[in-house]
Unconditional design. Structure first.
Length: 87
C-alpha cells in the first residue's frame, strides 16, 4: 500500500527550510546545535545531509519554543552597562 502524498511531509534542505520559515541558515544550525531541533523528530541526517520534514506539527512546535525563549540583554562597554535592544 502506497501512502498518499498528503500524509508524507515534504523533505526540505536547510536552505529551503530557512527560506520558508524566514530565518537565516545559521539560525537553523544553531537550533540544531542547541537541541531546539532534535534529530529523528525535527530533522533527519544521513551522512552530512540534513533533511527537514515540512509539517504543521514541526511549525507549531518551533513557534511555541521560539515564543518561550527570551534573549538576555547585552552588556557592553568598560562598565558593563546593560543595553536594552527591545525598543
Amino acid at each position: 500500500m502506497t501512502p498518499s502524498s498528503s500524509s508524507v511531509p515534504e523533505l526540505l534542505t536547510v536552505e529551503e527550510f530557512a527560506a520558508r520559515f524566514r530565518v537565516g541558515r545559521s539560525t537553523v544550525f544553531s537550533w540544531i546545535a542547541s537541541n531546539k531541533m532534535v534529530q529523528g523528530i525535527h530533522y533527519y541526517k544521513v551522512g552530512k545531509t540534513i533533511r527537514i520534514p515540512w509539517s504543521l506539527d514541526l511549525l507549531s512546535s518551533l513557534s511555541e519554543d521560539s515564543a518561550e525563549t527570551v534573549t538576555p540583554p547585552v552588556k557592553y562597554g568598560k562598565n558593563r552597562q546593560t543595553i536594552n535592544l527591545d525598543y
